[in-house]
Design a protein around this ligand. Sequence first.
Ligand code: AHG
Ligand code: MN
Ligand code: MN
Length: 326
Amino acid sequence: MSREPAAHENLTTLSKHLASRGLAPGLDEVLLAIALGGKAIGHRVRRARIDDVVGVAGGENVFGEVQQKLDVLSDEILLACLKDTRATAVYASEEQDGPLVLRTASEGGRYCVLADPLDGSSNIDVAVSVGTIFSVLPNDRPDAETAAAVLQPGRRQVAAGYIVYGSSVVLVLATEAGVDMYTLDPVLGEFVLVEEGIRIPDEKKIYSINEAYVNDFDDGLRAYLEYAHGSGYGARYIGSMVADVHRTLLKGGVFIYPATTKAPRGKLRLMYEGNPMGYVVERAGGAASAGTTPLLEAVPTDVHERTPVVLGSKAEVEQVTRRLGA
Ligand code: AHG
Ligand code: MN
Ligand code: MN
């Protein structure tokens, strides 16, 4: 009778799995640094009330948005982990005024990391899932222009993903090889591979949008909602992009944060919310749009620019975009 392998024998850790993926030089050390940052941020998120890091930090970010203490703390943790990583050329984030050049190409800086260190942070004090979103671009610039290497379209990403701090800490990582999911084993302190080669369902009648703004939606989007309301769709909206996108990736459906009359470019930021999530969904066989143009083709002019986002199952994204463009 064959012996069931002991649980630990099926233990593929993140570092072991990355080593098997044959990634470009230095990329694995950048991804492991981000994962380390995620472990540390997850620990602080879990202890938020205890450590009294819930609430506002007193400052504002470049958007004039009040920064939560954990926003600032998460940004500091991520930067500290990446500063130590020789392959990191530039760090840019929602909480930083501009890109920070850590190393030029001739100093070994191969990759730019852009991050939303804590997404959904307004939900921290009510214990709703939040997360860290990251995007990795190649440093393709001469030393003197290193900071500008962050301004590349999402299509140029070499890796992207997110870490959800929810009922468990889950890392979803997309690379050329596909989309893989790891769960943090709190006892081992290791991210363990739980699913390899995730594919988003081609269709699913779930839409995710904040309908409170319906009076500010354009006619095409209202036409989509009318179609959805009459076609047996379910609505799910958590209000943390990372949680809404994670559900969309695993169950299918469409996530929409649209342009509105009050926010003509939408709310979400292209470089560290739209692009990374768009890359993950497209690598899983889904689609990502800026409304009427492919999201990953957008050519950025500012690291903090906003974009409308429609992403998810191909068929469901198409149901939205064909009406937006009508
Ligand atoms: P962040 O916490 O990084 O500022 O992001 C919040 C974003 C995103 O997580 C979510 O999809 C969106 O805000 C929700 O916005 P509304 O409250 O306007 O729906
Ligand atoms: Mn965010
Ligand atoms: Mn944020």
